[in-house]
Design a binder for this molecule. Sequence first.
Ligand SMILES: *[C@@H]1O[C@H](CO)[C@@H](O)[C@H](O)[C@H]1NC(C)=O
Ligand SMILES: *[C@@H]1O[C@H](CO)[C@@H](O)[C@H](O)[C@H]1NC(C)=O
Ligand SMILES: *[C@@H]1O[C@H](CO)[C@@H](O)[C@H](O)[C@H]1NC(C)=O
Ligand SMILES: *[C@@H]1O[C@H](CO)[C@@H](O)[C@H](O)[C@H]1NC(C)=O
Length: 445
Amino acid sequence: MISGVVSGVSNIGLVVGAVVYTIKKKMDDKKDNKPAPVPAGRLEDNKISWRGNSALTDGREAKFDLSKGMYDVGDHMKFGFPMAFTATGLSWAMLEYGDQMEAVNQLEPAQESLKWITDSLINAHPSENVLYIQVGDPEADHKCWERPEDMKEKRPLTQAADSTYSSTLLRHAKQLFSFANSNRGSYSKNIPEVATYYNSTGYGDELLWAASWLYHATGDQSYLRYVTGENGNQFAQWRSPSWFSWDNKLAGTQVLLSRLSLFGAKGASGNSGLKNYRKSAKDVMCGPLPKSPSATSNRTDGCLIWVSEWNSLQHPVASAFLAALYSDYMLTSQTADYVLGSNPLKMSFLVGYGDKYPQYVHHRGASIPVDATTGCSDGFQWLTSPNPNPNVAIGALVGGPFLNETFTDSRNNSMQAEPTTYNSALIVGLLSSLVTTSSTIRSFT
Ligand SMILES: *[C@@H]1O[C@H](CO)[C@@H](O)[C@H](O)[C@H]1NC(C)=O
Ligand SMILES: *[C@@H]1O[C@H](CO)[C@@H](O)[C@H](O)[C@H]1NC(C)=O
Ligand SMILES: *[C@@H]1O[C@H](CO)[C@@H](O)[C@H](O)[C@H]1NC(C)=O
Ligand SMILES: *[C@@H]1O[C@H](CO)[C@@H](O)[C@H](O)[C@H]1NC(C)=O
């Protein structure tokens, strides 16, 4: 469903091509090597010597201006489904990492690139229940190998009807979402010609993805209820990790919604649906980790995650993006959560932290009351005492759990219950890194 994608463009505004653009800029600095995806239409402020206006008459047959947008890949098709995904992917990158883009002077070009796409999506949605999902005939297009500036072929429009900048985008997104939600189905089922090119193998992921972004854009709780309630149960495929791609947005949805519980958004605590999304996001994270129990076996000998022959790099690159993002969420939300109590024992291994932590730390000073007088060996009575330590070794990090996640809180259990200076040194480093400024923006929860 196109609607899912359009709605990703939330109120920060405008996102397509930014990443490509950023990379391009770096390449431009080195040599005259320009990016492959090409903006269509009447170019503004064009800095690429070999690029010019093209597709100026796209949409004219329906009396609309569909000249803008991006050519899909190496061809000259404008496929709405993946173009809209491009817009959400780029929007997301800008929302999270806009600061970094700004630091290399690429935020504005990225916004301009995005707007080039969102303008075209708006133009493709001339009324509430009408959406043009494609410009060009792929069969005819694929018979050509020419510069887009020189195209003379007919570029027919494909419309989805009745089956079906900030505030403007949101209005389009809301309408398209409600259109998609009340006329459920894959656009490629309704318009079978597109299935050869961008087949949508399911629509549930797009509905959840769209509603998740609409929730972020509006704060409207009904969108949150939409994704966590029955629709979540029906479509989210919780705990079954998938690969993030233009066709399947579930992994992205799971990571995006993890924000809410990680950053403690209103209504997040105790929301079992959100918990399921977060658990599923963790499953997504485990797939690419080579040694994790749920590590994917779909790899090349060189260790590249490899899922499909067509566009094989989409999945590893998307996975790496999600992993970087999730890691930054953990950094920003200062999550070192297993050690601090988010574990099957619900116990913090950092002594003195949280409600439950080891009481029988293998530590002489902590085990002996301050007013006791002991010599070398009569102090062993404190080691063998059945009582918890009289003194709390605040900040000590004990040895830790066994592989089977058991921990015996016993003073004589030096393997598990003994704190060490080197553990402390490491956790100081880790915790300090968590309080430094992080790269993701927490404000948009
Ligand atoms: C498109 O996806 C549907 C649903 O998964 C599938 O049944 C159909 O065979 C696919 N069509 C093509 C052309 O791949
Ligand atoms: C692994 O790759 C094959 C194609 O080679 C694909 O059919 C299968 O679904 C992939 N498995 C996973 C878990 O991605
Ligand atoms: C957990 O692992 C430890 C160390 O291997 C073992 O001694 C203990 O019996 C195990 N406990 C359970 C409940 O499996
Ligand atoms: C404490 O542990 C040591 C080494 O495992 C063992 O030799 C000793 O008997 C234990 N003492 C008590 C009181 O459990």
